[in-house]
Design a binder for this molecule. Structure first.
Ligand SMILES: NC(=O)c1ccc[n+]([C@@H]2O[C@H](COP(=O)([O-])OP(=O)(O)OC[C@H]3O[C@@H](n4cnc5c(N)ncnc54)[C@H](OP(=O)(O)O)[C@@H]3O)[C@@H](O)[C@H]2O)c1
Length: 334
């Protein structure tokens, strides 16, 4: 079978399409014929050796994929050949709070990922795809969608009438917009592009703010909300956006620390004075994934795909992601 392999510490040019043996299903396992994958900002960190979690030296990249079961091993009863599934991002994180050891089971970083024609998984490490989604749409769920879901449905779940602020128009942020809107929240979103902000309004965003033309964008958010500010912030930026995010959040509001795009440092006194809670948020567990899929099915949310690439054009797809010109997700047909 064809698969990509990447040797750590190089660049996108180090991605090689190679022939690997086709896997077979052992007891308790299923073989998935991968049909689609999607790429994340995180994959750029992996291929440039900047992924903050440990990573294998030689690895099959990409965490997010979808496919159909073509073989199942002895003892697998919950899944059948032909079932459409996606593997979970942290293969060891089933439920409850994440344990330190779960972080060593991240697909396409710590262990081999999904950029392959076939992959074998333990049967309880995949979840069924919502019925109304294509393989490409479902391939966007394991990392980007689940991270947004975890932010909004963590210790203080979003409720109708909340204001949710989400940063940029990449994969995580557009899912946050869609989930928050479906939950009846009022959504505010930032972007460097007015054209992308118009697309965000079409998806249900009430407040749209250009962070490039208005670097003090928290002032605009406060004005737009009558100084009520956000109950939740999906913080995909990083140290460089955090102060603005704090100043956009109401007292007792939650900021879900997710992104590493924009470096910078802030004085913790701002957190104290604003009375906000910062929460490190990493993807999510299998049980959260199942809950998210039930909600996606019920609300008919459809992932937003900006562009799709052929399998042999994965390096080109990553270069396109690097430009930041996309809106939502970029997928790969396998
Ligand atoms: N903690 C976790 O578990 C987890 C999971 C998934 C992703 N992440 C992280 O979350 C971040 C977003 O991931 P993604 O896959 O959604 O990325 P992505 O699809 O590449 O989207 C990135 C978007 O961020 C926006 N952006 C860039 N610089 C910005 C800035 N200074 N302020 C505000 N927005 C800015 C841009 O939007 P515009 O073009 O609209 O300006 C860009 O399109 C990354 O750092 C990624 O590593 C973390």
């Amino acid at each position: 079978m064809k698969a990509y392999q990447y040797r750590m510490g190089g660049s996108i040019d180090e991605l090689k399409l190679v022939d690997l043996p086709e896997p077979s299903a052992g007891p308790g396992e299923v073989v998935v014929r991968m049909r689609a994958a999607s790429i994340n900002f995180r994959d750029l960190l992996v291929v440039s050796g900047r992924y903050p979690r440990g990573q294998q030296d030689l690895i099959v990249p990409l965490s997010d994929g979808a496919g159909e079961i073509v073989d199942r091993g002895e003892g697998v009863t919950e899944l059948a050949v032909g079932d459409r599934v996606t593997p979970i991002f942290f293969q060891d994180w089933d439920r409850g709070p994440m344990r330190d050891s779960d972080s060593h089971s991240a697909l396409g970083g710590s262990i081999d990922g999904v950029a392959a024609e076939y992959r074998v998984f333990c049967a309880d490490k995949v979840v069924k795809i919502p019925a109304h989604l294509s393989f490409a749409e479902a391939s966007t769920l394991p990392c980007a969608a689940l991270t947004a879901w975890n932010g909004l449905h963590g210790p203080r779940p979003v409720v109708a009438g909340d204001t949710v602020l989400t940063l940029g128009t990449g994969g995580v942020s557009i899912f946050a917009l869609q989930f928050a809107h479906a939950a009846g929240a009022c959504v505010a979103i930032t972007s460097s592009s007015d054209e992308k902000l118009a697309k965000a309004r079409a998806l249900g965003a009430s407040y749209t703010i250009n962070y490039r033309t208005n670097p003090d964008w928290s002032a605009q958010l406060r004005e737009l909300t009558g100084n009520r500010r956000a109950d939740h912030v999906i913080e995909t930026g990083g140290g460089g956006t955090l102060l603005q995010s704090i100043q956009s959040t109401r007292r007792d509001g939650w900021i879900h620390i997710i992104g590493l795009i924009s470096p910078g440092e802030i004085d913790p006194v701002h957190i104290l004075l604003a009375g906000v809670t910062l929460r490190g948020t990493e993807v999510g567990s299998r049980d959260m994934f199942a809950a998210m899929n039930r909600s996606i099915e019920h609300s008919s949310v459809k992932p937003v795909i900006d562009r799709s690439f052929a399998f042999e054009d994965l390096p080109e797809a990553l270069r396109y992601l690097e430009t930041g010109s996309h809106f939502g997700k970029i997928t790969i047909e396998i």
